[in-house]
Design a protein around this ligand. Structure first.
Ligand code: C2E
Ligand code: CA
Ligand code: CA
Length: 655
């Protein structure tokens, strides 16, 4: 009987046991990779146990019946057949994960395993790999080497597959697979070359350790500040859930106030606040997973609607009170967003996008708010998405139009200006509200291109119809914060005007209250440049926000537009009427011309006229019109004004 050195086997067994112990003791990951890793380790452990038993039988240390010996060896061979297959399959799950599809357990690659398993079972009668004589003595079968060949096939397949899909695997996973193959290869070769050494088991033990340290360790996915799962794991977890069509519901918390806390108390206190909140979230979640998606968003996912409801209520209740951290009481309002049936989203990015959308709807209001995704919010989200995509096409192909709304002078009894307003029509969804597409364009940076395209059109329109300059005094155009912040914006505007050989004084730039307040330094610079060249400035949406008048009015405005919201409040409120009248008065005394925006009815017209407003813009006179219609509109009005003027003259003569 041969003497074997079993120390490697024992050592590997304890090695794997340790890996399993650590894996088990950590947060449980719920994904295909982790399940595969666990099966891999368990198979490895069992393999080592049977390796030890079988070696004991071979060396005569363990005395069992021939039937038991045969059974043990058969089982050992089955495990030996499973390990190379697992290696190949595991390597595939690593790459397929990225493609966000599952790896079917049964494929052509399983056929090799099945063939081998059949041979191992038939070995009981055929003795291909091993036999036992009647007195229970072991001997190798004629296909004994076939087992090495079989393992070699899977090793080769794994290597080829990993090289072909290097890009999907990524450098790190690819090098881990290479390391794994090298370790196992060397250990198998060692056992083959050195008679009494049993290093195959060592290969398994070392290989699993490498895997654990690099890929299988759940700690890799844990956020160090909060001790909850991180964004990477969230993505993998969601993809795996979506793939398996398993139900889940999300409660997300957006911590807007974190930035302020970091500023006031320092970032290390901010970290402790986060860690405290994460602890509470873990407590509320119970057995469910808690994730930190980014700097200021955490979430809990639940399996059932009942649990979702409980978590939602407890989270809301927690954030409605002041937080007590290290003796400090801090008010920490958050936006809580609930997405029931999150599993109905198709992709992780779609789910995150929807979450972003919902959270953007419940902007910080100084108190904890809750918004829950429903059918309507989902439709709106899709609509926004669709418009977002279409906007890129629209910019590329310049599908925007400019409409013009006339502005009426009460004193001159005629239209004296136009406001240029952008229009966009979606082929299937119809006209898109400019407020919406401008907001999206501001977010994704397309506003600069849109602004430039539109202003170019305005200049061309005026150039092609010089009569405009005889009919009206100026054309007003709108600006967004991103445009004002753009280096050289003033120069670009002037270049556009000059390219069409038009006088700068024929244009008036509208700046909103918010721009004037928040971006004052840049606005001052650009305003000076434009005003010097002759472009006038108009303050838009006055009264819609909480602008600091002192800052705003330091800019050289000639006109101030009173926001429609001020007019809306007038019916039924004497207070609002007094307010409107007083503002007009104050602005007038300060030397500004005023425009009443959004005048829709005769009554509104009468009121604002009485209060001394200079100009009127609103549906009462006309909605914004396309180029040809506005030209027609102005011509007709000019003709009518001339008629009236003639009539008046005649009347004067008659008198
Ligand atoms: P805004 O600058 O305050 O433009 C006035 C808005 O009020 C226009 O909406 C106009 O159609 C609407 N309006 C005018 N009279 C009435 C009325 O009597 N009743 C009501 N209910 N509304 C009236 P529009 O065209 O939908 O534009 C919305 C906003 O989109 C604009 O508000 C402006 O902030 C922005 N916008 C439009 N075009 C552009 C652009 O080319 N560039 C930039 N940066 N912003 C633009
Ligand atoms: Ca405007
Ligand atoms: Ca306005």
């Amino acid at each position: 009987m041969m003497e074997y050195n079993m120390s490697y086997l024992y050592a590997s067994f304890f090695y794997l046991l340790l890996v399993l112990y650590h894996f088990w003791g950590q947060k449980k990951l719920d994904d295909l990779k982790s399940r595969m890793f666990l099966s891999f380790v368990m198979t490895g452990l069992l393999d080592l146990v049977f390796d030890i038993i079988c070696t004991g039988i071979m060396s005569g240390g363990v005395n069992v019946s021939v039937w038991t010996a045969k059974m043990c060896f058969t089982f050992f061979y089955v495990l030996q057949a499973l390990i190379p297959f697992f290696l190949y399959y595991y390597a595939r799950t690593l790459r397929e994960d990225r493609e966000n599809r599952g790896v079917p357990l049964f494929g052509w690659y399983t056929a090799i395993l099945c063939g081998m398993l059949i041979l191992i079972v038939l070995n009981y009668w055929g003795g291909y790999f091993f036999t036992f004589n009647l007195s229970g003595v072991y001997s190798d079968g004629p296909l004994y080497m076939g087992m090495y060949l079989y393992a070699g096939v899977y090793v080769l397949l794994t290597a080829i597959d990993s090289i072909i899909h290097y890009r999907q695997l990524g450098k790190q996973k690819f090098s881990v697979i290479c390391e794994l193959l090298a370790i196992m290869g060397i250990c198998v070769a060692w056992q083959y070359a050195v008679d009494d050494s049993l290093t195959t088991g060592l290969g398994i033990g070392l290989g699993m350790t490498v895997l654990y340290l690099n890929i299988g360790n759940p700690n890799r996915y844990i956020d160090s500040t909060t001790d909850v799962f991180d964004n990477r794991y969230f993505r993998e977890w969601v993809q795996s859930r979506l793939r398996r069509e398993k139900e889940f519901h999300v409660v997300a918390v957006e911590m807007h106030r974190l930035k302020v806390i970091n500023k006031i108390f320092g970032s290390s206190f901010g970290d402790r606040v986060l860690s405290h909140i994460a602890g509470k979230m873990q407590e509320i979640s119970g057995n469910y997973q808690v994730f930190r998606l980014n700097g200021k968003r955490m979430m809990i996912v639940t399996d059932s609607l009942v649990e979702y409801d409980r978590v939602r209520k407890e989270v809301l209740q927690y954030f409605k009170q002041e937080l007590e951290i290290e003796g400090e009481k801090i008010s920490f309002p958050v936006s809580v967003c609930g997405i029931p049936h999150a599993c109905e989203r198709k992709e992780c990015d779609e789910l995150i996008g929807y979450m972003d959308y919902l959270i953007s709807l419940s902007a910080e209001k100084g108190r904890t708010t809750f918004i829950q995704g429903d059918w309507q919010t989902l439709q709106n989200f899709w609509y926004t998405k669709e418009i977002e995509q279409y906007l890129t096409i629209a910019v590329k192909n310049d599908l925007f139009e400019v409409y013009y709304q006339p502005i009426y002078s009460i004193k001159e009894k005629r239209f004296v200006a136009l406001e240029a307003l952008s229009r966009l029509r979606h082929p299937t969804l119809g006209p898109v509200s400019p407020e919406m597409f401008i907001q999206i364009a501001e977010k994704n940076g397309l506003i600069l291109q849109i602004g430039s395209l539109q202003f170019g059109k305005v200049c061309r329109f005026v150039k092609e119809h010089p009569e405009l300059m005889t009919m009206i005094r100026n054309v007003k155009f709108n600006t967004s914060p991103a445009e004002i912040l753009q280096e050289g914006y003033g120069r670009k505007v002037l270049e556009n005007i000059e390219a069409c050989h038009l006088p700068a004084s024929f244009f008036q730039m509208e700046i909103t209250e918010t721009i004037a307040t928040e971006y004052s330094e840049n606005v001052y610079r650009i305003a000076d440049e434009l005003v010097e060249a002759g472009v006038e400035l108009c303050l838009d949406d006055f009264g819609s926000g909480y602008a600091n008048l002192n800052t705003v009015l330091r800019l050289p405005f000639t006109e101030i537009k009173l926001d429609r919201s001020l007019l809306n409040g007038i019916p039924g409120s004497d207070h609002m009427a007094d307010f409107y009248r007083s503002i007009v008065n104050v602005l007038k005394n300060m030397g500004y011309k005023t425009v009443a925006e959004g005048v829709e009815t005769e009554n509104e017209l009468q009121l604002v006229s009485q209060w001394g407003v200079n100009y009127i813009q609103g549906y009462y006179f006309s909605k914004p019109l396309p180029e040809n219609e506005i030209l027609e509109f102005l011509r007709e009005n000019l003709a009518r004004a001339l008629e009236d003027w003639k009539d008046e003259k005649e009347n004067d003569c008659d008198l």
